[in-house]
Ligand binder design. Structure first.
Ligand code: COA
Length: 273
């Protein structure tokens, strides 16, 4: 059983991104509650730094993203920056490049990730949540992509994930109307996996994270790599990568430990090798 005591919080982007660990669980907090955790470029960069630190911490086996303040996960990009940094196509491309670098880091993240969503999850916040492996939300959450209300073209990656989660019809509905949907509807259409009352949300998310943290890391990696390949076109699939992680997993000390622990009726202690 990993030690679940928390480390002190490390701050990025002037405290608007926070990071701490609790045993095998890393937590990144979007911390700009006055703006419903709207993401500035500095926050995107801080987010990337926090993710990198948790990626490089061998003790961390799973990462949770959450929003501070109880009212929002992330309310999208910080619109107040748009006039300066995103006012036309050229500026928008530069803006997208800087934030996309951090999202790419998250999209290819080598550890399982969970979005813990309480309150508004909008626009770029939806993009972050959709990039997470798993989404768990509170009853009062609301989801939407108001790009059509602002005149913004939502990019390829965001829409690819939206379509893969909810299908083309719901993707069109959400994009054409810019409407927000509630947690019950998000659950029904497959945008989130589980929904809990506000006061139970964090405990439930930590419970899932701790379960993942105690499971065999190589087996989880095998699932992550294989599912990512399943989502690619057949022509682009890297079957060798699937074979390699399968071999590493089945030859691992952890597989031996898993078998032995089962036979000895005890909890396995996995090392990730
Ligand atoms: N960018 C910049 N500021 C934002 C923001 C965003 N995406 N979302 C919220 N804020 C700011 C508001 O301007 C307001 O600032 P103020 O206190 O200085 O007036 C503050 O956060 C609180 O927002 P408010 O609208 O008063 O709170 P609410 O609880 O009634 O509504 C939202 C919250 C998120 C539904 C609403 O603020 C909203 O629609 N935001 C824009 C969402 C959006 O379009 N996102 C996509 C961006 S690409």
């Amino acid at each position: 059983m990993p030690d679940m005591s928390s480390t002190t919080e490390i701050s990025y982007a002037d405290g608007k991104i926070l990071q701490h660990t609790a045993g095998g669980v890393g937590v990144v907090t979007f911390n700009n509650p006055d703006k419903r955790n709207a993401m500035s470029l500095e926050m995107w960069e801080g987010f990337g730094e926090a993710l990198t630190a948790l990626r490089d911490d061998d003790a961390v086996r799973v990462v949770i993203l959450r929003g501070a303040g109880g009212k929002a996960f992330v309310s999208g990009a910080d619109i107040s920056q748009f006039e300066k940094v995103r006012h036309n196509a050229a500026a928008s491309e530069e803006y997208a490049k800087r934030s996309a670098t951090q999202r790419a880091l998250f999209a290819d993240y080598p550890k399982p990730t969970i979005a813990c969503i309480q309150g508004f999850c909008l626009g770029g916040g939806m993009q972050v949540a959709m990039l997470a492996d798993i989404r768990i939300a509170s009853h009062g959450s609301q989801f939407g992509i108001p790009a059509a209300k602002l005149g913004i073209a939502y990019g390829y990656d965001g829409l690819r994930h939206l379509v893969s989660l909810v299908g083309p019809s719901w993707a069109r509905f959400l994009m054409y109307t810019g409407m927000r949907i509630d947690a019950a509807e998000a659950l029904r259409i497959g945008l989130v996996e589980r929904v809990f009352p506000e006061d139970l949300l964090w405990g439930e998310v930590m419970g899932v994270a701790e379960t993942i943290a105690q499971n065999a890391p190589l087996a989880i990696k095998a699932a992550r790599i294989t599912i990512a390949q399943v989502l690619k076109d057949e022509s682009g699939r890297d079957m060798d990568a699937i074979k390699a992680i399968g071999t590493a997993c089945m030859d691992s000390a952890d597989f031996r430990e898993g078998r032995q622990a089962f036979m000895e009726k005890r909890t396995p202690q996995f090392q990730g090798k």
